[in-house]
Design a protein around this ligand. Structure first.
Ligand code: G6P
Ligand code: ZN
Length: 579
């Protein structure tokens, strides 16, 4: 049975409570704190907010108050993080509250380091009840910047909204935190420390994850590429968590040259960087890849290691193309998919490139709202293997998170497979060759995203309201400049597995030629609002595929700006980020 050995102690002063054998549990009185509602991906705030008395503790206790006791009592939880400022202190707090609530064991990455995909992998492998990830993903870290916490469930997927809503509800009524009175755990040494029935195991953050990667990919094939003298690889860990993974995996296991890794040491402030792998924030890598005689394949990952960017020599692979190309090549280049992917899926704003692959390969296909959690049910029910998002997320059902290093290994596999018979001196098939071939076969979905960061929330909400109103009045067949409207709506999704409904997931205008303009507010910011505009156009004619995306999309971008009256609402002349 599940019942741990709890003994009820006569209530003395402030401490009451049932205790697992051998540790004392204190009841710490607390009061509700406003604003602890989780966004797209956990709770994110300025670290100074999290460092306020009981702010973190309240949320963690509210989480335990929200879970059915059988989901954690006497159970095992994993604890990881991206190495940012405050993680070590926060880790100690989480361990004490977990012990205070009757968790039997915590598996924690050394120094609290463990990437989001690795946490998902460890939860699955060790059959844990769930896990915490201390990360604000790609948001900057350090005393002036962001902190965040995510909770993943037993199959390794982000907690569903039903749970996060409950947590929020409980943050509004919390009165007590259950904290075990145990010393801070030495998180620098591998091994198990016991406190009565409760134990903490400090684990190597890489080994379980690496073991999984070796079952997914053909490491020998990748090694054959990375050890060639006519192929150069560049990986930018952005001083974030994949710094801990890059050397053991790419260099030690796969024989990439040590100098192919840059910013390979995780730092609390990411070296003053903004660890978001895109054309704006991964500027150093982009410059390297666009320099004369630059490397052949470049990649970067974000704060917690779930995002990725892929570049060829002077060539950017959009995330929407990347997932489509991985899906199209998976069966031949990646052993995990030897019998073919089960199904494909993308988030709504992601371009339709993947749809065309699904059609050609006769695979089932799903379009879900933004947020990786929407893929989980499809994977659990065996309907989905490969999926991706325009927001630099790519992955598969090997875990229940997007996976930056997985995406890099997938691309290395594809390039290695294409070149496996090439003799030294023969010209290699390049990243851009693979992408252009793909376009020639499937057509090209030109895609771009414009971000307007740190807008006033009220203004951003007004603009979305205005668009919703426009949508409600719109009619198929109406002209928008040179485009004819097929339909406009505010995207809603019904999960085919559990029937849950997510509404108001983004306003979209879809035109008769397949072009789309989409408006959404980011769910991952920590202050103000970020407006995102997604623009897409399909071009079947290969003679037009070399066009620059910004040029090809100009008329639609202008249309998006005029339809939304964005400049009037926000006063912004230009986006802050273009991807
Ligand atoms: C996180 C989630 C992704 C999602 C992204 C959207 O990274 O893990 O699944 O696509 O946020 O971010 P946004 O800021 O657009 O809400
Ligand atoms: Zn991330």
């Amino acid at each position: 049975s599940h019942s741990p050995s709890f003994t009820i102690k006569a209530s003395s002063s402030s401490t009451t409570i049932a205790e697992p054998e051998g540790i004392k549990i204190n009841s710490v009185p607390t009061k509700p704190i406003e604003g602890q509602k989780t966004g797209t991906s956990g709770l994110r705030k300025k670290v100074k907010v999290f460092m306020q008395e009981n702010y973190l503790s309240n949320w963690i206790q509210s989480l335990f108050n929200s879970l059915p006791p059988e989901d954690y009592r006497n159970g095992v939880l994993v604890l990881g993080g991206d190495g940012r400022y405050f993680n070590r202190e926060a880790g100690q707090i989480i361990i004490k509250i977990a012990a205070g609530n009757g968790v039997r064991k915590i598996l924690v990455g050394r120094e609290c380091i463990m990437s989001t995909p690795a946490v998902s992998a460890v939860i699955r492998k060790r059959k844990a009840n769930g896990g915490f990830i201390m990360s604000a993903s790609h948001n900057p870290g350090g005393p002036e910047y962001d902190w965040g916490i995510k909770f993943n469930y037993s199959s390794g997927q982000p907690a569903p909204e039903s749970i996060t809503d409950k947590i929020y509800g409980n943050t509004l009524s919390i009165s007590e935190i259950k904290m075990a009175e145990i010393p801070d755990v030495d998180l620098s040494r591998l091994g198990v420390t016991k406190y009565g029935n409760f134990s903490v195991e400090v684990v190597d953050p890489v080994s379980d994850y690496l073991e999984l990667m070796e079952t997914v990919f053909d490491f020998e094939l990748i090694r054959s590429l990375l050890s060639r003298s006519d192929f150069r690889f560049a990986f930018d860990a952005m001083h974030a968590v994949t710094g801990a993974y890059a050397k053991p995996i790419f260099v030690d296991k796969l024989r990439a040259s040590p100098d192919s890794i840059s910013n390979g040491v995780p730092l609390e402030d990411f070296g003053h960087g903004h660890p978001d792998p895109n054309l704006t924030y991964a500027k150093d890598l982009v410059n390297t890849m666009y320099s004369e005689n630059g490397p052949d394949l470049g990649a970067a990952s974000d704060g917690d290691g779930d995002r990725n960017m892929i570049l060829g020599k002077k060539f950017f692979v959009t995330p929407s193309d990347s997932v489509a190309i991985i899906a199209a090549n998976a069966q031949e280049a990646i052993p995990y998919f030897t019998s073919g992917p089960k199904g494909l899926a993308r988030s709504m704003p992601t371009s339709g490139a993947l749809d065309r692959v699904a059609e050609k390969l006769s695979l089932s296909f799903f379009e879900v709202p933004t947020g990786w959690k929407f893929f989980g049910n499809l994977m659990d029910s065996g309907k989905l293997s490969i999926c991706g998002e325009e927001s630099f997320g790519t992955g598969s059902d090997h875990i229940r998170e997007k996976d930056g290093i997985w995406a890099v290994l997938a691309w290395l596999s594809i390039i290695a497979y294409r070149n496996k018979d090439k003799k030294p001196g023969e010209k290699l098939v390049s990243v851009s060759d693979v992408v252009k071939e793909h376009w020639a076969t499937y057509g090209r979905n030109f895609f771009s995203r414009y971000d307007y960061e740190a807008c006033e929330s009220e203004v951003a909400n007004k603009m979305i309201e205005y668009l919703r109103d426009l949508v409600s009045k719109s009619q198929a067949g109406e002209n928008y400049g040179n485009y004819v409207l097929q339909f406009a709506d505010d995207f809603a999704y019904t999960d085919p597995v559990d029937g849950s409904v997510a509404s108001k997931q983004g306003v979209r205008f879809v035109f008769t030629d397949g072009s789309r303009i989409i408006f959404r507010l980011s769910g991952t910011g920590s202050a103000g609002a970020t407006i995102r505009i997604y623009i897409e156009r399909f071009e079947p004619d290969a003679s037009k595929h070399d066009m620059d995306a910004q040029v090809a999309l100009k008329p639609l971008i202008d249309l998006a700006l005029s339809v939304s009256k964005l400049k009037d609402f926000t006063g912004r002349e230009k986006p802050t980020v273009i991807t």
